[in-house]
Design a protein. Structure first.
Lengths: 445, 445
């Protein structure tokens, strides 16, 4: 029903600006950078994600005949301009943080260097794609840090904001360290491991809970995870202990149970005791229901004997911080650095690079935001990934990105890994960059 | 890139349950209802939206050959079950609140009556579609109530959670009373009016702000809305006063200005004075930048002379309440009412209807949640919209839905229209429904 990769998936003002640039013949090279103005108070760091989809978008960008007809008929654009759009392609250069990279406020995640109109049109969709996956990867990473040895599964499709959000949330959570997702299409599209159990409705559709357990196990012998809390969680655990020997006769082992309501920690302890006493120590416990990194730490601190968790709503909508201040700003046009000076929204001009220093034992020691042509101490993080509108390398596999994210999280200073807000990580501004900004401000007066 | 209407856009457990139902031959009629458990504290009412896309989904639902192959190969499902999925279609009945209807907690928005497997599989995507649009329509309605005579435009595409969210947010905001959207594809797909101005980058790409204004006006003579806050808002307004007579010679009138940063109310007052003194009283003022219903009321209370507003991030991600507790629960199977009794998540069983009473002067006087076959005083709100898997009526036009929403908002009790949390609207539970629930609880012990 919904086409997600249309060139018209943009804001109207991009097209009105393009018409101006067309009339004025302003086709010189523009440099835009994508960065976060401020971290939300609930985040100590972010994880870059979404580059793969952004590069797909740039490589395939064009106006279809139907879209051109619609533009010609909508009364806003001249025939000459619409005719020019027929040949529109993205032919620029892209520098980016590799997906899975930890980054901070003011650090460019992406730089576009392209003829002005090309660089301008792509703003809306680039932000839309990269904002969302970065949002979810960053939230997922906090969950992973809160429960590092637990199996975490994305359960959030239903409350994600639409289909694309559901699919890309599964991708973003997996690259940040989740074990998998419940969203089947994400498994098919991205090769992410799938997890799933049963809903309360299956229990309710049977007249007796124990019948539901038995029949589900027989129909799904390879993956028997039973939901205990439809009526009475502990009573259900006892039913399961009774059922297990009969299933064993069929050669079926109960793999796990899920608890989705009530006092999860207390139910988990009770159920663990019942299962252990019933000779089912190998049955794993899986918890779900309004979980996030805060609830995970509470449950684990409370000694709840869970082996894994399904995280839904609060992950897929990043409910405590549902947006990031991700912006895309002109830094240079026609060879001259540019600076926006709006109140509270001033930007650092020029083509920038992020330089990261490491401690001797491999932890992040501080970043420096500098100009690309005036290197600072530390390793540069932005790399060139596209030239003349084409990827320079094959797509990275999600597994490679996931490993990078895990290595980055391991290098993160300890206080930034906590749930609580920490003192901001040090991102210095290189003196050359400060001087450039000051010079531009002077020249404009 | 992303297919949004795949039958695999569902949670894995739906398919594992379907396999159980297939093995058990459980194909009798199930009744599921979709409802909100609790309103978020920030919402006094909700507006139903998303039915059109939900019905599209149900009418077109099927597994493609590629999807069936993938299912057969993934190792979780038997060949017999996968073969049966090839013939899977939705053949059920749907009752629903018409889009644009105001509703409250516990009131079913949608009821599905269908063979168990069909009714089960569709849960994830139905919630995904209806949750999001209802979320956004409800947020947009609060903005409309906060600024009833102002032109409100959806500016949120970039921070919406993905492409589908951006498009459906534009639709949901428009049906709730917004004047239009900036998202071009939403204009093309849904016929929603488009609005757009310019970005700061257009100003920055020119060496002089006044040149940017003039050239934009000449390239876009029919829609000259100029952005004032790139450098100095009041200085920009003075430049515009100087420029206006020259544009008038070309036959071009400046239609409006936009202010996007700083103290919006104070800038608006200053700019209004400068424009009026400069013989430009007809130029309208448009405000943007982190707006929502709270900021709108503040700005208007502060006497800010704005004519319209662009609402982005806080609308398209509904940041103060980014999810709703929308659930889809089995109410009846094989002719017997069913009740989930999980702690804190118990449901009202049976096929329900919402009966709404009105005051003599046409305001909502209170609802009653009752059983469909035991009518209560008031008008029933759920109507049958689909039978045997086909729509009973042509799609409603968005204009009709929008008029309904406006009429409903006008009938809303005054305290529910405020930004502040109000005492909940009265939703009684019919005695027959209480009795049914009590009887089911007794029978299960």
């Amino acid at each position: 029903m919904i086409t997600t990769d249309s060139a018209l998936l943009t804001d109207l003002y991009q097209l009105t600006m393009l018409q101006t640039y067309h009339v004025e013949r302003m086709h010189e090279t523009a440099v835009f950078e994508l960065f976060i103005r401020r971290l939300p108070p609930e985040r100590n760091f972010l994880i870059a994600a979404g580059l793969e989809q952004a590069l797909d978008y740039l490589e395939n960008l064009h106006f279809t005949a139907k879209e051109l007809d619609w533009l010609a008929d909508c009364g806003r654009f001249g025939p000459d301009f619409v005719a020019a759009l027929a040949a529109f392609r993205f032919t620029g250069t892209v520098h980016a943080l590799p997906e899975g990279t930890v980054f901070f406020a003011n650090e460019p995640m992406l730089r576009i260097t392209a003829p002005l109109s090309q660089a301008q049109l792509v703003e809306s969709r680039l932000i839309n794609l990269i904002h969302f996956q970065t949002l979810i990867a960053s939230k997922a990473a906090r969950c992973v840090l809160a429960a590092p040895d637990k199996l975490l599964v994305d359960f959030g499709m239903r409350r994600a904001h639409g289909a694309e959000a559901a699919l890309l949330a599964a991708r973003a959570a997996w690259l940040a360290g989740f074990a998998g997702t419940a969203t089947v299409l994400a498994g098919m599209k991205f090769g992410i491991p799938l997890f799933g159990t049963m809903a309360h409705s299956l229990i309710q559709a049977h007249d007796r809970e124990e019948d539901a357990f038995e029949r589900f196990a027989i129909a799904q012998p390879g993956n028997v995870v039973l939901l205990l809390d439809t009526y009475d969680t502990e009573a259900a655990a006892h039913k399961l202990v009774k059922l297990a020997p009969r299933l064993r006769e069929y050669g079926i082992a109960i793999k796990g149970v899920r608890i989705d309501s009530g006092d999860l920690a207390e139910h988990a302890r009770q159920v663990r005791r019942i299962l252990d006493a019933g000779d089912l120590p190998q049955v794993t416990l899986f918890g779900s229901g309004d979980l996030d990194e805060h609830r995970l730490r509470e449950l684990l601190a409370d000694g709840a004997p869970f082996d894994g968790f399904g995280i839904g709503t609060r992950l897929d909508a990043s409910t405590d911080a549902p947006t990031l201040e991700l912006v895309y700003k002109l830094q240079e046009y026609a060879g001259r650095p540019r600076r926006k000076r709006s109140e509270g929204k001033a930007t650092w001009p020029g083509r920038k690079q992020v330089y990261r220093q490491m401690t001797a034992d491999g932890a992040f020691a501080g970043d420096c935001l500098g100009l690309e042509d005036q290197p600072q101490p530390g390793a540069p993080l932005l790399t060139k990934v596209m030239e003349r509108g084409r990827r320079l390398h094959p797509s990275e596999s999600l597994a490679v990105i996931r490993d990078r994210a895990q290595a980055q999280l391991a290098a993160l200073p300890v206080d930034l890994r906590a749930n609580a807000p920490a003192l901001p990580y040090s991102v210095d501004i290189a003196p050359e960059l400060r001087e450039l900004a000051a010079r531009l401000d002077r020249e404009s007066h």
